[in-house]
Design a protein around this ligand. Structure first.
Ligand code: NDP
Ligand SMILES: O=C1O[C@H](COP(=O)(O)O)[C@@H](O)[C@H](O)[C@H]1O
Length: 547
């Protein structure tokens, strides 16, 4: 196996890092579920195409936080697990100048263990430039050619030259701030598209900040790319438990009959992080937790949870059934917002959101929100879908909690006392950490007499599946390479998602609603409890008996 990395180039007007990894001699094992495959995994290409094609993956924004923490580790994990095709190259672009060693250090520092083991066995990363690049490009890459001023960001995309005589497929990952999305897409569309293979672009959120800006972004992107080339990523859709949601429901007879207003009393989608916005305050203040987490990650999970049975697992069939268009726009009265304040605990002090120098003083941006959404269809009419998302809370967790109705005429109510909520069944999908699915049931405590107890039927992934669970970005990158769109957001879904949130967000901002302050590291504002109480339910994550 060889592994190559080349070169940064300095330019007169801007300085870009340009580096190239070329991993050769990988074994491509094709994934059976994509049809044309051979033996169970890999990218769906025929044997002929495998030999005749090259794949380049270009990470734009390669020096950034996301590239460092997620994209490069995911690419290396795919490489490590032999999921990448034979002729495979990774390019990276950023503004920061970085030498080879700095770059290598940046990447190796964030690789997961399993990847590190193999990374450390790699030979020296500095190899000559591959012979299949033409002479001009070689010189250009080595910084020997004079450079004139670059009219736009990434002008030098034309440097992308893959092995001569092969079909070149190109995947671009835009890991950059939204204000330069369109410039980069223009460069990709006009200067760097493949002439004989496919060109796809993965776009990171935020996809606008309301219906208008999102619509405008979509229009601009579509000037240079077709909808089929745009892969809008929501990495929560790549998480193992979220992917399993449909399997759980549609492949187990015991759940599907219960999946409606007849048996389900409320559904709760809960996201919490035990750290603040440190380092990302500048970005975050323009968006807030509702746009950062609810309008995309939690809403996508909700849409998958509540969908009707699709005709097939094809991307379009699945995306057609996601229930976004049946949902009612969110009302301000069904939302509460919060913001974390400074707090001292055990001699340590934790900053307030507004202590971040990149956050404007007096900012009203919510770092916490809770909301109640409703779906206007026969299956879900009247069922509150409660969402709760917050930064700087007491724990890091993401989960879906399905609370079932009380048992009618419960024979055992005497044994539970008057608190019937304590006796309702609850199905919990813990997305992270410690992935698990568990069902809370009532059970007789063994022994004489009749004492009832609430217990969990528990599928803890680490016990049942000891293998490490791949990161969401691994799955989504692989899908994008394969042209599988099921887990990416279609433009009409995006429009529907913004239509649900935009009126409420506008009102919230116009009325300058002050967020309720909560201490850093707490469970969040009490307003969230009032919201749940309004719909006669309780947040399930407060019970304290999770396994
Ligand atoms: N970080 C995260 O956890 C997540 C991020 N995202 C999204 O991913 C994208 C990237 O985020 P993140 O990595 O955190 O951001 P960073 O600010 O850490 O990195 C941004 C990258 O873009 C480059 N860049 C910034 N401004 C310009 C410019 N004007 N012209 C050219 N290049 C520029 C930077 O280059 P340089 O460093 O050289 O200046 C850097 O490589 C954003 O859209 C963000 O919303 C989405 C989900 C999670
Ligand atoms: O998209 C985002 O997600 C992260 C949380 O992702 P996770 O996979 O670590 O749970 C969040 O921190 C960030 O604010 C948001 O932009």
């Amino acid at each position: 196996m060889t592994f190559q990395k080349v070169v940064h180039a300095d330019y007169t007007s801007n300085v870009y890092v340009f580096f190239l990894f070329s991993a050769l001699s990988f074994i491509l094992m094709l994934r059976g579920d994509f049809g044309i495959g051979l033996d169970g995994k890999g990218i769906p290409v025929s044997e002929a195409e495998k030999e005749e094609s090259t794949l380049s993956i270009t990470v734009v924004g390669a020096s950034g936080d996301l590239a460092k923490k997620k994209i490069f580790p995911a690419l290396f994990a795919l490489f490590y697990e032999d999921w990448l095709p034979e002729n495979f190259t990774v390019f990276g672009y950023a503004r920061t100048k970085m030498n080879d060693e700095e770059l290598r250090n940046m990447i190796s520092g964030t690789l997961t263990c399993r990847v590190n083991q193999r990374f450390s066995t790699l030979p020296d990363l500095s190899f000559p430039i591959p012979h299949d690049l033409n002479a001009d490009t070689r010189e250009h890459l080595q910084g020997k050619l004079p450079h004139t001023a670059k009219p736009s960001y990434l002008k030098n995309f034309e440097l992308l030259i893959e092995a001569a005589g092969k079909v070149s497929n190109r995947l671009f990952y835009l890991s950059i701030p939204p204000n330069i999305f369109v410039d980069v897409v223009r460069s990709v569309g006009l200067r760097a598209s493949s002439l004989n293979g496919w060109t796809r672009v993965i776009v990171e959120k935020p996809f606008g900040r309301d219906s208008e800006s999102s619509g405008e972004l979509t229009r601009c992107l579509k000037q240079y790319l077709t909808e089929d080339q745009i892969f809008r990523i929501d990495h929560y859709l790549g998480k193992e438990l979220v992917e399993n949601l449909s399997v759980l429901r549609f492949s187990n007879l015991v759940f599907e009959p219960l999946w409606s207003r007849d048996y389900i009393r409320s559904v709760q989608l809960i996201f919490s992080e035990d750290f603040g916005t440190e380092g990302r305050g500048g970005y975050f203040d323009n968006y807030g937790i509702i746009r950062d987490i609810m309008q995309n990650h939690l809403l996508q999970i909700l849409a998958l949870f509540a969908m009707e049975t699709p005709v097939s697992l094809d991307a379009e069939d699945v995306r057609n059934e996601k229930s976004l268009r049946s949902m009612k726009p969110l009302k301000l009265g069904d939302v509460i917002v919060g913001q974390y304040k400074g707090h001292s605990k055990s001699g340590r002090s934790y900053p307030a959101y507004t202590d971040d120098p990149t956050v404007p003083k007096g900012s009203l941006t919510p770092t916490f929100a809770a909301a109640a959404l409703f779906i206007n269809n026969a299956r879900w009419d009247g069922v509150p879908f409660l969402m709760k998302a917050g930064k700087a809370l007491h724990t890091r967790r993401a989960e879906v909690r399905v609370q079932f109705r009380h048992v009618p005429g419960n024979l055992y109510k005497r044994n539970f006392g008057t608190d019937l909520d304590m006796a309702t069944n609850e199905l919990v999908l813990r997305v992270q950490p410690d992935e698990a699915i568990y069902l809370r049931i009532n059970n007789k405590v063994p022994g004489l007499g009749m004492r009832l107890d609430r217990s969990n039927l528990n599928l803890l992934y680490s016990a049942r599946y000891p293998r490490e669970i791949p990161d969401a970005y691994e799955r989504l990158l692989l899908d994008a390479m394969a042209g599988e769109r099921r887990l990416f957001i279609r433009s009409d879904e995006l429009d529907a998602a913004w239509a649900l949130f935009t009126p409420m967000l506008k009102e919230l901002e116009e009325k300058k609603i002050a967020p309720e302050l909560y201490p850093h590291g707490s469970r969040g504002p009490v307003g969230a409890h009032y919201l749940a109480a309004k719909y006669n339910v309780r947040w399930g994550d407060l019970g304290g008996d999770d396994s």
